[in-house]
Design a protein around this ligand. Structure first.
Ligand code: DOR
Length: 425
């Protein structure tokens, strides 16, 4: 294994120091290190963070390899500074058996660009009728600990209760896509002033808030772990705040796009802005940002949702919901939070790694720690060109926007997956 000496790098915003990586771990940390056999990476002006961890990625394999594969999504992740991603279960076939989650896990190992941790479906075929083989997925080589029907809500309260009870035995988590389906029938965008003006059927905030309120009560009753995917409204934040104050075992994520973009984007009728849950209002964004700062929201997760051209470049009503996220998330976080490196490390690496139980990830560089880290140039700016993204899909809402920050290098267990801003393989 090659040794790497990263010189004069700021570790999570601290004064510059050197990092020596050897045999997959951080061997030494301190100023003025020398290692004649090591490849030197000049870290001047760069910030080192523990490798980012995404709790919510759609890799589309098996089934929609035209939109993304485990390999292309892993490369996008590495370029975005990630060393681990949790792959959502809404593939085709659905990841609702030990066989499918093991397939995704194995493809991740073969690509070897990030650690791919499969998420298992809660219900068979995401149909919301019968529990999937949660135990078999947990016992499989993929060692699944998070289960989600993301894309669909586990709407049946009895099934949700059973799922929470089942995973409690192995300290698993049910990650809920909170959307009361009866309240969102036919919905195209956030229900509010803009939807009224455009004449599009609205997706009311209460459809999210009602499910979160129900589920925190169920999680409290069962004493099990609940994670809330892509929180998007100010009201949801208040429900979560109260639940956390009572000690409910609930965690929550917010996406970069829900921290930045409002429902006014729908005025363009450009389906690149169609997403589920939908883009909300400026007041929601303000509440989400405050919750991210004070910890009511634990994590920034991308909800990276690649879609083929024919599923996005069509009429708004026919377009699939979802946006790319892996290659731009850190830049959006930097834009939204500023150079608050400790907070960024907490929300994008340490906490998601802890929630997912990914040992060796989310740990700040220190002697003996696995060398999973990313180097960022915070002073750089880049203009997002969809054609240059590593994802197989092009549905980024940030096309031609100039964003702060550039990922210079990413290391997975001591081996670079990205160097000089380029994928190594
Ligand atoms: O916008 C979304 N896209 N929201 C989801 O919950 C699912 C995702 C997808 O799979 O495309």
């Amino acid at each position: 294994m090659t040794a790497y000496l990263i010189t004069s790098v700021s570790v999570v915003g601290a004064a510059p120091t050197d990092l020596l990586i050897r045999d997959g771990v951080i061997a030494e940390v301190g100023p003025g290190l020398t290692a004649p056999d090591a490849t030197v990476v000049d870290g001047t002006g760069l910030v080192a963070l523990p490798g980012l961890v995404d709790l919510h990625t759609h890799l589309r394999e098996p089934g929609r390899e035209d939109a993304e594969t485990v390999e292309s999504g892993s490369r996008a992740a590495a370029l975005g500074g990630y060393t681990a991603v949790c792959a959502m279960a809404n593939t085709s076939p659905v990841a609702d058996t030990a066989g499918v989650v093991e397939q995704v896990w194995r493809l991740g190992r073969e690509a070897a660009l990030v650690d791919v941790q499969p998420i298992g479906a809660v219900t068979v075929g995401l149909a919301g009728e019968r529990l999937a083989e949660l135990g078999a997925m947990a016992d499989s080589a993929a060692r699944v600990r998070i289960f989600s029907d993301d894309g669909h809500c586990v709407a049946d309260p009895k099934l949700m209760r059973r799922a929470l009870e089942y995973v409690k035995a192995f300290d698993g988590i049910i990650a809920q896509h909170a959307e009361e389906p009866r309240l969102t029938e036919g919905a195209q965008m956030h229900e509010g002033e803009v939807s009224t003006r455009l004449g599009l059927i609205g997706w009311p905030a209460v459809a999210e808030e009602a499910i979160i309120a129900r589920d925190v009560l169920l999680a409290e009753h069962v004493g099990s772990r609940l994670h809330v995917c892509h929180v998007s409204t100010a009201g949801s934040v208040e429900v979560l705040r109260q639940a956390k104050a009572r000690g409910v075992r609930v965690t929550a994520e917010v996406t970069p796009h829900h921290l930045l973009l409002t429902d006014e984007r729908a005025e363009t009728y450009d389906p690149v802005y169609k997403v589920n849950p939908p883009l909300r209002t400026a007041a929601d964004i303000a509440a989400l940002r405050a919750a991210l700062a004070d910890g009511v929201i634990d994590v920034i997760a991308t909800d990276h949702a690649p879609h083929a051209v024919e599923d996005k470049e069509c009429e708004w009503a026919y377009a699939r919901p979802g946006m790319l996220g892996l290659e731009t998330a850190l830049s959006i976080a930097l834009d939204v939070l500023g150079p608050e490196w400790d907070l960024i490390a907490e929300r994008m690496s340490r906490t998601p790694a802890r929630i997912a139980g990914l040992t060796g990830h989310g740990v700040d560089p220190a002697p003996g720690v696995p060398a999973n880290l990313t180097l960022i140039d915070p002073a750089a700016h880049r203009t997002i060109e969809p054609a240059e993204l590593a994802s197989r899909s092009r549905n980024t809402p940030y096309a031609r926007m100039t964003l702060p920050g550039r990922i210079v290098a990413t290391f997975l267990r001591g081996e670079p997956t990205v160097l000089d801003g380029k994928a190594v393989k």
